[in-house]
Design a protein around this ligand. Structure first.
Ligand code: RFL
Ligand code: PHB
Length: 389
């Protein structure tokens, strides 16, 4: 088999890149090690920057998002028993879109199916080869048979645990990492959200986040210890803890109901440099991870795809390598800004085991400054709605 771009990973990065390439007449195949249903069963991001919204439109897969997504003009920072609104639209002229990653992935999969392009799910032992030479190819196994795809380029869109980054010799990679000493325990429940905008809460008992997927479906998170077990968290215990971390008006008005998803996610910051090795490109979570506090992970996957697609289009349409040569540097510049923002939001909002009451006071002073200074609020809002591509 031969294609122009072999894409490893059918998450948002792989699907978005694949669709943009297809729309531009560039042949591509997507390989994933799990099934479509498994991918659609993962509950992840919920906040899209305008850049991501534009990319979905460019891919021709934005119609349902515009119909069902919820544009948000602001969010709240809650601390010291009170709510403080950050007016994203008033401060930046921009807004975010609340639309689940699951839905976005569904829309991209439907679009791909309608375009008739190849995707291989449940492909095992996917392996990139010879990306340092002139003839890169990818092998995989399906139903006991080994297949080979020759290609011009390989896009490693296979997430943090994928094979692409691991195929690069260690000496060619520099990694930067911070692991945070806590996780997020999250639930999804068919209950109306406690507020029509997101609430990020700093509380001496730990961080809490009230998000949503629709007017009738809520996504709630609380900071938890890394060794917590999900079985120990009944819905009642979860809601009790969440209420304790919110201002009284929200705690009192919160509607509760059975959760239908509950999971614990660890928090880390990670960047691998560079993001290109010969004919192999790392894209999205394959190259970098941010803690979810800034809502940046999925949005960074979209900006990586933007830069890579731009480079590949230049290569195929104009026979210029300038764009693919610049890919790693352009992408990393934006990645590091988002890594910094996600780290700063995480540091400002979570309870750290070793900083005590002093740490709490410092966080409250920082938050107080943030909400009372227009310059500081604007800097926060600019980062939250997304820095330009
Ligand atoms: P994905 O989505 O992990 O997709 C990678 C795909 O590659 C496949 N794969 C392989 N395929 C073949 N061979 C192998 N060896 C393979 N290994 C892996 C996998 O099966 C998978 O299908 O990466 P991608 O496309 O780069 O997308 C990144 C986003 O998924 C991620 O950054 C976000 O979900 C992060 N994130 C958030 N991002 C935001 O922008 N806004 C948010 O509000 C937000 N909230 C979150 C989040 C992530 C969370 N968790 C659980 C990590 C909230 C949470 C709780
Ligand atoms: C979510 O809705 O899952 C979500 C929202 C905002 C974040 C992280 C996750 O910062």
């Amino acid at each position: 088999m031969r294609t122009q771009v072999a894409i490893i990973g059918s998450g948002p990065a792989g699907l978005l890149l694949g669709q943009l390439l297809t729309n531009a007449g560039i042949d591509n195949i997507i390989l994933d090690r799990v099934s479509k249903d498994y991918i659609l069963g993962r509950v992840r991001a919920g906040v899209l920057e305008e850049g991501m919204v534009d990319m979905l439109d460019r891919a021709g897969a934005g119609e349902r998002m515009h119909r069902e997504g919820l544009p948000h003009d602001g969010f709240s920072l809650a601390f010291d028993g009170r709510d403080h609104r950050i007016d994203l639209f008033g401060l930046t002229g921009r807004r975010v879109m609340v639309y689940g990653q699951t839905e976005l992935t569904h829309d991209l999969m439907d679009k791909r199916e309608a375009s008739g392009d190849s995707s291989v799910y449940e492909a095992t032992n996917v392996t990139p080869h010879d990306f340092d030479g002139a003839g890169p190819y990818v092998t995989y196994e399906k139903d006991g048979v080994t297949h080979r795809i020759d290609c011009d380029f390989i896009a490693g869109c296979d997430g943090y645990h994928g094979v692409s980054r691991k195929s690069v010799p260690e000496s060619a990679l520099k990694s930067y990492e911070r692991i945070y000493p806590f996780g997020w325990l999250g639930i999804l429940a068919e209950v109306p959200p406690v507020s029509h905008e997101l609430i990020y809460a700093n509380h001496p008992r730990g961080f809490a986040l009230c998000s949503m997927r629709s007017h009738t479906r809520s996504r709630y998170y609380i900071q938890c210890a890394l060794d917590e077990k999900i079985e120990d968290w009944s819905d009642d215990r979860f809601y009790d803890e969440l209420r304790r971390r919110l201002p009284a008006e929200h705690a009192e008005s919160m509607v509760t109901g059975p959760s239908f998803e509950k999971s614990i996610a660890p928090l880390r910051s990670f960047v691998a440099e560079p993001m290109r090795f010969g004919k192999l490109f790392l894209v999205g979570d394959a190259a970098h991870i941010v803690p979810p506090t800034g809502a940046k992970g999925l949005n960074l996957a979209a900006s990586d795809v933007y830069y890579l697609f731009d480079g590949l289009l230049g290569y195929y349409a104009d026979k210029s390598s300038a764009g693919i040569d610049a890919y790693s540097e352009r992408a990393l510049k934006r990645v590091w800004r988002a890594v910094r923002f996600s780290w700063s939001m995480t540091t400002m909002l979570h309870r750290f085991p070793d900083t005590g009451e002093f740490g709490q006071k410092i966080q409250e002073a920082e938050l107080d400054y943030l909400v009372s200074s227009k310059a500081a609020s604007t800097a926060l809002a600019e980062n939250y709605v997304g820095l330009p591509y």
